[in-house]
Each structure stands twice: as structure tokens, then as C-alpha cells.
Design a protein around this ligand. Structure first.
Ligand SMILES: [Fe+2]
Length: 231
């Protein structure tokens, strides 16, 4: 292979990886996809059959581009959901910017026709997941926006019990208190930001849906490097 040909191959390879990099950096993170699933719930009251429950999770305001979030929420509003659940990580700590931006983002929140609830994620506890004051601030901002925040508590919407467990890594993880609200035979779904709670001995024979967030990314694993996973 002569030098000119070698340089040409190098340039082509460089171009291809630049395009891949650009796609991963500027295109893929802003691709929005709405996934629709059937959600059978045992003993669901007739009035809730065929209704739409929308789950929104891990907005990470403060880290995620605010305009992208607002655009996405506007898109989501078009589904006119009956119930909306926010499964945590409203914010990512970013020197206080996250609170200003959360105010703006929540102006465009999606609300359900019959109910809107939320739980906290680890990032909603600020640095080291240990700042109870940060979690209280996120809670009151979300509550002010009309989201019923469940912190080891439950709410009944149209006969469906929604139980919200506070975050596994936060300072207020009390699943035993949350699950006091569970009665076998009652139509129920549980919100738990961190899916690792599924491995805990807290479920009191509950066998229904557990809606989680927390684990996202992970599709990319560069060679010799850990999987790119965000939590
Ligand atoms: Fe998380």
C-alpha cells in the first residue's frame, strides 16, 4: 500500500468515527420515542379500562437540555393521558441552576385528566443523595405544579391505588411504610425509582406492576471501558 492510499483510508476512517461521534453526541440523545404497552391490572375498575397511564422519568433538569425537555413535554401532552406518573430524578445537581430550570420545565408539565403523581429519585437528594433539604425543595416545587408526590405513601385514583416508594439510595427509604398501603386484591400499581427494590424483601406478596426509572443508557460499551450507564 502506498502512502497516498494509506492516508486516504485513514481519512475515511476518521470521517466515519466523526459522524458516529456526532450522532451519539448531538442526535441520539435528542431522539424522542413514545413506547406504548398494554398494562393489565387485576381487578381494575371498569371506568379505568382503556385509559392511558403515561410514565415520565429521569428528566434530570440541570443536566438535560431544558429546551429539549420542554419540547418533549409538549409532545407528550398531545397524548392527553388520563393518569401521569413521574418516576423520579426530576433534577441533577448543577450549582443551583437546576431549580431555576425546573421551575421553567414544570410550567410545561404533563398532567393526567384524572390524576398526576410523582416520586423522588436519587438525584432529587442532591450531592451524595444525602441532602434532605434538596429533596424537600424538589417535592414542594413538584407539588406546587400540581403533582401529588408520594413519599412512602399512596393515593387512590378512580379506584386504582398508586403506591410510591421513596428512593432506595435517598434518606427517606421506608418501603415498609409505603407497603402498609397495600391490600391484597385491591387494584394497585407501585412506583419505585430504583428497580433494585425488586430484590428487596418488602413486597408483601404484591404481584402487580412496579414502574421504575433510574437505569438509562447502557446501549454503548466501548472496548476496554465500562458500559456507559447513567443513574
Ligand atoms: Fe436515578
Amino acid at each position: 500500500m502506498n502512502r497516498r492510499k494509506f492516508t486516504k483510508i485513514l481519512a475515511t476512517l476518521g470521517g466515519a468515527s466523526a459522524i458516529t461521534g456526532l450522532y451519539a453526541w448531538q442526535v441520539e440523545p435528542f431522539r424522542l420515542e413514545f413506547v406504548q404497552k398494554k398494562m393489565p391490572v387485576k381487578n381494575l375498575p371498569g371506568m379505568l379500562r382503556g385509559k392511558i397511564l403515561m410514565q415520565i422519568s429521569d428528566m434530570h433538569v440541570g443536566r438535560t437540555d431544558k429546551d429539549f425537555l420542554i419540547r418533549s413535554l409538549k409532545e407528550a401532552q398531545r397524548y392527553r393521558p388520563d393518569i401521569v406518573v413521574y418516576t423520579g430524578d426530576f433534577i441533577t445537581e448543577n450549582g443551583g441552576v437546576e431549580f431555576d430550570e425546573l421551575n421553567e420545565v414544570l410550567d410545561h408539565k404533563v398532567t393526567g385528566k384524572i390524576g398526576t403523581v410523582g416520586i423522588l429519585g436519587n438525584h432529587d437528594y442532591g450531592m451524595g443523595w444525602s441532602q434532605a433539604d434538596v429533596s424537600n425543595r424538589v417535592t414542594s416545587m413538584a407539588t406546587g405544579a400540581g403533582i401529588t408526590m408520594l413519599r412512602n405513601s399512596a393515593v387512590v385514583i378512580g379506584g386504582l391505588s398508586i403506591i410510591g416508594i421513596d428512593d432506595l439510595w435517598g434518606t427517606n427509604y421506608r418501603p415498609e411504610v409505603a407497603m402498609l398501603h397495600y391490600t391484597e386484591g385491591t387494584p394497585t400499581i407501585v412506583l419505585s425509582h430504583n428497580p433494585d427494590t425488586c430484590d428487596e424483601d418488602i413486597w408483601k406478596n404484591y404481584k402487580g406492576w412496579i414502574l421504575s426509572g433510574h437505569t438509562h443508557g447502557g446501549q454503548v460499551k466501548p472496548p476496554f471501558y465500562r458500559r456507559l450507564l447513567y443513574r
